[in-house]
Design a protein around this ligand. Structure first.
Ligand code: BES
Ligand code: ZN
Ligand code: ZN
Length: 478
């Protein structure tokens, strides 16, 4: 793990980092002769101080790095800087000299850069027995600023969020043989020590309670399903929940009897990212001690083809009592979520719910890796989520649901079918979920199929599992 320190002065560093040219040219850290070299190097490199632009000047005993901040000079710019610096600092000790002159305080600047370093320095190598990248990690960074104590405590406050992003990425990247529903539930149970109240429903419980849709997905697999309920009571005086989160936790989605094509099927180990993000966010609420009451429910199942698997054409009765004709066993996420949403509303006092799910290829095709698809039964709620998305850097795009899309999932022989046809796949999937939302409940659905994984590394998100959503949910709950 990367180490950070905050000090008024620093002495032993091998790398000195300065944000922009002014800071480095005013420093008393460097001799006039050295400063001349630095200035020349910046001129030679045609340094324009663009966001994340880096000039690294190697000296005999010290390396000097100057980074550009760009025009916006906001939180995101400094996180980007942090993320970009990581690759220059492998195995080294560095000092970062804060500016604090960009409308951000020195403390904020340091915290954002440190956050970017951590998020950008993430790696998943637990299954490598050699070529581990640990020694390539940043050893230690000291932030030099006037109020080190303040910075230390500010960083301590954001650390639970960063570590929960790590947790979401770890869970999301975990292969399906190492993260079955049972093993996932065990990892959730361990979070009890954070102060979360945890309850796990077993196969027997789920049968007794009649989670008909969820069980139809699970019935083809040797691995038993689980449903986990997590409660964070940050405001004990209040007897209701301020918000509820539901996550799709399909630990592997083969498609079932409607089997997916082989190419890329391995990516479907990540079909539990919604659940990973809900679980990790719940952990961060507990560790931060947020003052709201929050409930999270995740449906953990494996979707497999076998002699016991559900068939296309089967009709099942959901927990809500509504019947569903399963015309494609690969549209399984909505079956899992529908029962979990219903359970949350019937068992707990909560009138604001968001679900997160890697639900459709259609949303991925429409929005790619740039935005999650947002659907809601309440425009003002959608607005709130949109702006939290902008602030957190995890952005969403509002997509429609309406009566026409809803009609597309009417079934000839049951109350509804689980697919809506070739068109508007994201919207018909959302309309399916909406049929499991009670009157008076404000609900939004985030289809994260495109954003749960990046093909190429970004400054604060290395390629692979992104843990997208943990920061957004923290902004929302805040
Ligand atoms: N888990 C998939 C959606 C998905 C696809 C996520 C690609 C990430 C990347 C989901 O269960 C699924 O298979 N959806 C089908 C629904 C269709 C059969 C109506 C889809 O989108 O193709
Ligand atoms: Zn599927
Ligand atoms: Zn799926």
């Amino acid at each position: 793990m990367m180490q950070f320190d905050f000090k008024k002065e620093s002495t032993k560093e091998s790398v000195l980092i300065f944000a922009t040219r002014d800071k480095v040219l005013k420093t008393k850290k460097l001799s006039p002769a050295k400063l001349k070299v630095v200035n020349q190097s910046l001129l030679q490199a045609d340094f324009k101080a663009k966001e994340g632009e880096i000039v690294s000047i190697l000296g005999a005993e010290q390396q000097i790095i100057v980074v550009g901040v760009g025009a916006k000079k906001d939180k995101n710019a400094f996180e980007t800087i942090g993320g970009k610096l990581v690759s220059y600092l492998k195995g080294k000790e560095a000092s970062y000299y804060t500016m604090g002159t960009f409308g951000l305080t020195e403390v904020e600047e340091a915290v954002f850069v440190a956050t970017g370093m951590m998020l950008g320095g993430y790696q998943f190598d637990k299954y490598k027995t050699k070529d581990k990248k640990e020694d390539q990690q940043v050893k230690k960074v000291t932030f030099v600023l006037n109020e080190p104590t303040k910075a230390k405590s500010a960083f301590k406050k954001v650390l639970p969020i960063i570590e929960s992003v790590y947790m979401a990425r770890d869970l999301s990247a975990e292969p399906a043989n190492h993260l079955t529903p049972v093993l996932f539930a065990k990892r959730i149970q361990e979070l009890q020590e954070t102060g979360l109240e945890i309850e796990i429903l077993s196969l027997k419980d789920l049968k007794a309670k009649k989670f008909g849709m969820l069980l139809s997905v699970a019935q083809g697999s040797q691995n038993e399903p689980k449903v986990a309920i997590m409660k964070w009571i940050g405001n004990p005086k209040k007897k209701t929940f301020d918000i509820g989160f539901v996550g799709k936790g399909v630990t592997f989605d083969s498609g079932g009897i409607s089997l997916k094509p082989g190419a890329g099927m391995g990516d479907m180990k990540q079909d539990m990212t919604g659940a990973a993000v809900v679980v990790s966010s719940m952990r961060s609420f507990a560790l931060r001690g947020v003052k709201s009451n929050v409930i999270g429910i995740v449906g953990l199942v494996e979707n497999m083809p076998s002699g016991t698997a559900s068939r296309p054409g089967d009709v099942v009765t959901s927990l809500s009592g509504q019947t569903v004709e399963i015309l494609n066993t690969d549209a399984e996420g909505r079956l899992v979520l529908g029962d979990c949403l219903w359970y949350m509303q019937s068992q707990y006092k909560v009138t604001k719910i968001i679900d997160l799910a890697t639900l459709t290829g259609a949303v991925m095709a429409a929005l790619g890796e740039e935005y999650a698809g947002l659907f809601s039964n309440e425009d003002s709620f959608a607005e709130t989520i949109l702006s939290a998305g902008k602030e957190s850097g995890e952005e969403v795009w509002h997509l429609p649901i309406n009566k026409a899309y809803d009609k597309m999932i009417d079934s000839d022989i049951a109350d509804m079918k689980n697919i809506g046809g070739r068109l508007a796949g994201g919207s018909t999937a959302a309309c399916f979920l909406a049929r499991f939302i009670k009157k008076g409940v404000v609900w939004a659905h985030l289809d994260i199929a495109g954003v749960d994984k990046y093909e190429k590394s970004r400054p604060i998100t290395p390629k692979g599992a992104t843990g997208w959503g943990v920061r957004l949910l923290n902004y929302l709950v805040e």
